[in-house]
Design a protein around this ligand. Structure first.
Ligand code: MG
Length: 273
């Protein structure tokens, strides 16, 4: 009985804190039902890349209902609004999104590869900054997320610039083959990559991409969440390669949709292909 009573008191205390936080206008961004719901479902989140309560589909429906069709800016703003006001999303978000925007503008890539589409938010941000004729190819492990992302992208009118590919760079070569045979990935053709999927896959997937020869000197790779939740092996690799194979600029920032948790975005330029 002692344990049950303890669990009851902890649950009651957490509930009281969340209610107090809502009453005070949500000054503590992580004391939200939708964030706690996600934390309790972390195992599922990290295997299926969904919050477990249908929030990704709800986000897409929110975009369709609230953003005018054919407007990329409005779709991005609607996803930010949904994540702030309704349910927390693991998008790159508005603050880190601006870092991504600036990198895309600087590089002006013709071909972008994204790892982890989720609901299509960052693909839309990158597509918005592409030069004429530029294309984003986003590899997404979860077919439901791919469907949701396509729905958002279609509504935003960016389907001509973004292609979602279901798969994984680490699936034994199938997705690499699809990108080469169906989507025109060839040696030296890839100008920009955005890595934002499973944190322990950052480094092995970057190494697989290097092996394909798609990148060229001057290609830029941006990696999200290197500080939080953290990609320590990727960070150590870029530290060790600094000034040799890569030159990295580290952007100190905050984890998505709040200001309490620090994060790090790495922007790495390939020096030697
Ligand atoms: Mg991220």
């Amino acid at each position: 009985m002692g344990v049950l009573l303890f669990v009851f008191y902890v649950a009651a205390a957490v509930g009281a804190l969340v209610v107090l936080n809502i009453l005070l206008g949500r000054p503590v961004p992580f004391l939200r039902w939708s964030v706690l719901r996600m934390l309790f479902g972390t195992k599922r989140l990290l295997s299926e890349w969904q919050g477990g309560d249908g929030r990704e589909q709800a986000a897409a429906s929110y975009v369709v209902a609230n953003a005018p069709a054919g407007n990329v800016d409005a779709a991005i703003a609607a996803l930010d609004r949904f994540a702030y006001r309704h349910k927390f999303l693991i998008n790159v978000g508005d603050e880190k999104g601006a870092i991504l925007d600036a990198a895309v503008e600087r590089v002006a890539p013709r071909r972008v590869l994204e790892l982890g589409a989720y609901v299509g938010y960052s693909a839309l941000r990158m597509a918005r900054r592409l030069p004429a004729g530029g294309q984003v190819f986003s590899v997404e492990l979860n077919p439901s997320n791919a469907t949701i992302a396509r729905q958002v992208i279609e509504h935003a009118g960016a389907a001509d610039r973004i292609t979602i590919v279901v798969g994984s760079i680490g699936d034994g070569g199938q997705t690499v083959q699809t990108l080469e045979e169906a989507h025109g990935f060839t040696a030296g053709s890839l100008d920009f990559a955005f890595i934002d999927h499973a944190k322990d896959a950052y480094l092995p997937d970057l190494q697989r991409i290097l092996q394909t020869g798609w990148l060229h000197p001057g290609s830029v790779v941006v990696a999200d969440n290197v500080g939080f939740p953290g990609a320590p092996e990727y960070r150590a690799y870029m530290d060790a390669e600094e000034g040799k194979r890569w030159h990295t600029r580290a952007h100190k920032t905050h984890a998505e949709y709040q200001k309490l948790i620090a994060d790090l975005v790495l922007e790495s330029t390939l020096l030697l292909g």
